[in-house]
Ligand binder design. Structure first.
Ligand code: ADP
Length: 493
């Protein structure tokens, strides 16, 4: 092994404690693999209301009680508890500050579907509280690995508030961006919580994004190194204005330091051979369980016809995820015919559309507008086709889970989808899925139809499935790449 590194990973969500999407999956998986490689890896995350203290055995840590964090003259007192990531020795610190984190949602109010208005204060406290926690712990990470805008103020604070503090002299930062569409841009008034130096000029600073205060920009410009979560997406954000969402200049500035590291999957959680949440376990060579899973799912959902291909979506219901493309061809797709199941939450217009379709085609369409991890496993195991028509996709994890469960992905050729799904070629019998190249609904429908032509030939379909199940997207390789990035951070300064 190379040097044993001390790494603090900072995540606003960590599965299974908290999760709204792929970020939580990464927070729950990558630290375990790095720890298994022999590094001292610890995680810090907010303690949200939904985290069950008893189930996960959260313990008070005496020296992490009543940590004082200064927020614009006011002193806030936080407590930090600790637990292990399930099935591992990774220590997770939970920042407990009830007024900010003890809420029903992580970033938004689930009842109103609106972002919390004090998110800037909440995550500023999270960032500053993280650095204060390290001081109390007297544990100096070689690298603080920050993830997404919620952690972007850490590199910034290290530059502006803690630069002269000897404790942080050798602490480097890596900023990983899981999606450039989410930037944590706030009204300038949020500056009032930060005790900025007197000579601080907002307009000249890493914070200013067109007059707004951007946590992501601050992180990107202040971190030692930056990366995103697939090579293709790294290329896209560097070379096309369409992907950076206003961060183009920032990205140009850091172009040499911006790497792509593909996310992996937690093969302990997502594995049809061991998954306790599915009707019957199966593997590439012992595949009969797959049809048991399909039958069980069809019955559970009240769908009619087991012979029909079952098409699935598990996703945020947004334009990024291409839901408008699906909407345009939805009834044509049903007429093929196929059965359809959807699990997701998102924009109201998509909720309304899918509910309308479920009412119109009750035996053919099953719609679940909620976040339900257990149902997600049953759907991934029971479906035949998995759709991800995302207009852009930094990495995407669900297509990897689908591959592993022998559920064939149909995806738009972009970002991490392009890096992981290769078109099935009838001639060479290579490839693990179906892709379309123009972000238009007709192209999506064509790709679905092409996949279903192969579905009808059992021998070919088995081949597509086998190719997918064989591909290895476990975290080990990407974890090595992160170690190299950490090392680059350390060598850089
Ligand atoms: P993103 O992070 O952009 O939402 P990813 O594909 O990277 O997309 O990860 C999404 C993760 O969230 C996957 O683990 C997926 O199974 C899960 N997921 C998304 N929507 C739901 C839902 N409604 N219920 C349960 N799991 C969901």
């Amino acid at each position: 092994m190379k040097n044993r590194l001390n790494i603090l990973m900072v995540f606003s969500e960590v599965a299974p404690f908290s999760k709204t999407g792929g970020l939580g999956d990464v927070g729950g998986a990558l630290p375990k693999v790095l720890k298994d490689m022999g590094h001292d890896v610890r995680v810090i995350t907010p303690q949200y209301r939904r985290i069950n203290e008893r189930k996960y055995v959260l313990r008070d840590v005496i020296r992490l009680q009543d940590i004082k964090v200064e927020m614009a003259g006011e002193v806030v007192s936080i407590n930090v508890k600790s637990a292990f990531l399930p099935n591992s020795k990774v220590q997770v610190y939970f920042m407990d500050y009830r007024p900010y984190f003890f809420r029903d949602g992580l970033y938004s109010n689930p009842k109103k579907n609106e972002d919390y208005s004090d998110n800037a204060q909440r995550y500023y406290l999270f960032c500053k509280g993280t650095l204060e926690t390290l001081k109390k712990l007297q544990w100096q990470p070689d690298v603080i690995h920050c993830n997404d805008w919620q952690t972007g103020m850490i590199p910034f604070l290290l530059q502006h508030h803690y630069r002269d503090n000897p404790f942080f002299l050798k602490v480097h930062t890596l900023m990983t961006v899981h999606n450039f569409a989410f930037q944590g841009n706030f009204n300038r008034e949020c500056l009032s919580v930060m005790n900025l130096p007197n000579n601080f000029v907002f307009e000249d600073s890493e914070l200013d994004l067109n007059g707004q205060c951007s946590f992501l920009k601050a992180g990107l410009l202040s971190a030692t190194m930056v990366n995103t979560v697939s090579n293709r997406y790294a290329y896209e954000v560097k070379h096309s204005e369409d992907y950076g969402f206003g961060m183009e200049n920032v990205l140009k500035n850091r172009s040499d330091d911006l790497k792509g590291v593909l996310n992996g999957m937690d093969s302990k959680v997502w594995n049809p051979e061991t998954d306790p949440l599915i009707a019957e376990k199966y593997s590439i060579d012992n595949f009969s369980g797959k049809s048991v899973c399909k039958q069980a799912l069809i019955e559970e959902l009240g769908l009619k016809d087991n012979e029909r291909p079952l098409v699935a979506i598990i996703s945020r219901l947004t334009e990024q995820k291409g839901m408008h493309l699906l909407q345009d061809i939805f009834e044509e797709m049903l007429a093929i015919p196929v059965s359809f199941v959807l699990l997701g939450l998102g924009e109201k217009r998509f909720h309304e559309f899918f509910i309308k379709m479920a009412k119109k085609y009750p035996k053919q369409v099953s719609v679940h507008l909620k976040f339900d991890d257990l149902l997600a496993h049953r759907i991934i195991a029971g479906a035949d086709l998995f759709l991800m028509p995302s207009l852009f996709e930094p990495c995407g994890l669900t297509q990897l889970y689908a591959l592993k469960y022998g559920t064939v992905p149909v995806v738009f050729e972009t970002g991490g989808l392009a890096d992981t799904i290769k078109p099935f070629n009838g001639g060479s019998s290579e490839g693990n899925g179906y892709l379309f190249q123009k972000p238009i609904s007709k192209a999506l429908l064509k790709a679905i139809k092409q996949s279903l032509t192969h579905y009808r030939d059992a021998k070919i379909w088995r081949r597509v499935i086998r190719n997918g199940m064989k591909v290895d997207f476990s975290w080990e390789k990407s974890a090595e790449e992160y170690i190299n990035l950490y090392q680059l951070c350390i060598d850089k300064t």
